[in-house]
Design a protein around this ligand. Structure first.
Ligand SMILES: [Fe+2]
Ligand SMILES: [Fe+2]
Length: 244
């Protein structure tokens, strides 16, 4: 059963642990005047996540659905959610809208440009375009400006069934996970590109207080430092020339 934890004021982490893969899938519900779901989850997890959402809000009252990039765990159940919550709009980056999502859902999304903001009521979100970070041309993150929570998708990916939120070393945990993935079919999870450091620096400059992480524990602490350290880890793990 999904586990729900409030990781920042009015931001709820709905977590499903998949034994196969030894991995948590985390979805974030913003309980506000206009409720927002960040990450739809996989189609195969939809019933479980919807049930968890229904404990927080009336599902049909969901007004916004958003995600970082076009991938099954981020937005695979988008069409199922749009049936369950017909009043919801889909907020995603302009590239995502144009190259993937409008066609996938058969209607227009609400595309947001880099730096563009929207409100859910008490909380205010800014879209940060981060191409190829964590991966995908269309990638972006949402930063909540009032409580300073960064919804950071696959950044800081950790394996295991972890505690909902921690102040421990999520960078070290993520380094271990990325190193292990490099030895298998999930190698090259994050492309280290000429813009990776710049994108991570822009996110660090927001000075988040909480990182809402998709796989593994959320983090509370010095998030700017964690983002800077993550760049060093990514450079170490993914930035080497292999000669292949
Ligand atoms: Fe991803
Ligand atoms: Fe993911």
């Amino acid at each position: 059963m999904a586990k729900t934890t409030e990781i920042a004021p009015n931001i709820y982490r709905i977590s499903v642990y998949a034994l196969r893969g030894d991995l948590q899938f985390n979805h974030f519900l913003v309980k506000d005047e206009e409720p927002l779901l960040f990450h739809t989850g996989l189609r195969g997890m939809h019933a479980e996540i919807r049930e968890a959402v229904s404990r927080l809000i009336k599902v049909s009252d969901l007004r916004h659905i958003s995600f970082s990039h076009f991938e099954s765990d981020e937005c695979g159940a988008l069409n199922e959610w749009l049936i369950a919550a017909p009043k919801a709009d889909v907020i995603c980056g302009q590239v995502s809208a144009m190259v993937c999502v409008n066609d996938f859902i058969g209607r227009e999304t609400r595309p947001v440009a880099d730096g563009e903001s929207f409100s859910t009521g008490m909380l205010h979100f800014r879209h940060c375009r981060t191409p190829h970070l964590p991966h995908g041309w269309d990638s972006g993150m949402l930063f909540e400006e009032t409580e300073k929570t960064l919804l950071c998708s696959d950044l800081f990916h950790q394996t295991g069934d972890n505690e909902p939120i921690t102040s421990c070393d999520v960078v070290g945990r993520s380094r271990d996970a990325m190193k292990a993935y490099q030895a298998g079919i999930l190698a090259e999870y994050v492309p280290y590109t000429p813009t990776t450091a710049h994108n991570l620096k822009r996110l660090a400059d927001l000075k988040p207080k909480t990182l809402a992480i998709m796989h593994g524990s959320s983090f509370s602490g010095d998030c700017a430092r964690a983002l800077s350290d993550l760049d060093a880890v990514y450079r170490e793990v993914f930035g080497r020339e292999t000669g292949a």
